[in-house]
Write a new protein. Structure first.
Length: 186
């Protein structure tokens, strides 16, 4: 049974998105909402993110939007290290703080501020180990930060056949855009 889902994907700047008002954010959130909702029917209780700007923060928005309808759905934010947001833009820091305030569980894998990339590797391994499946917005043709989660997930999958890796691909997003446009034109 799938109870905990780790969700990640590209950071906003990796997608060329520099505002939550960007049209692409709507479609990404819609795709996340569809996937998460279908997994709730399979027993999903916890969505885990590390709090990165981009797909992870949008996932938090989706979980918060779903919680009135699915009150048993919870959000955990497990950051790689303390004060990860210190170099982010002020508006992103504000959104991050709001997410932390509203999350059901918040903690840091490393109880220290940033020291080395090792903290990020440890976070990836830890979060994959603590989840039953991972959902990544990722295109294996386009390298980016989700690759590190995917590597950890594939390692876990080799040892545990029940660990699932779900994707939201550019094709999925294109289909969603076409479907929305089709529905608007009817």
């Amino acid at each position: 049974m799938l109870q905990t889902l780790l969700v990640s994907g590209y950071k906003a700047h990796e997608l060329g998105i520099f505002s939550d008002n960007h049209e692409g954010v709507y479609y990404i959130k819609k795709a996340l909402q569809q996937r998460i909702t279908s997994l709730i029917d399979e027993g999903l209780e916890w969505v885990i993110i590390s709090g990165q700007p981009g797909v992870e923060m949008w996932t938090a928005d989706v979980v918060f939007d779903l919680q009135p309808e699915y009150p048993d759905l919870k959000l955990a934010v497990l950051t790689p290290f303390l004060e990860q947001e210190t170099r982010w833009k002020e508006n992103v820091q504000e959104k991050y703080q709001e997410i932390l305030l509203n999350a059901d569980f918040v903690d840091s894998v490393s109880r220290k501020p940033y020291e080395s990339p090792q903290q990020l590797r440890v976070k990836n391994q830890f979060l994959v180990q603590k989840s039953d499946a991972i959902l990544l917005l990722y295109d294996e043709e386009k390298d980016g930060s989700p690759k590190y989660y995917l590597d950890a997930a594939k390692q876990k999958q080799e040892m545990d056949n029940s660990y699932e890796i779900f994707y939201i691909t550019p094709y999925d997003l294109d289909m969603l855009v076409q479907e929305e446009q089709w529905n608007r034109n009817e």
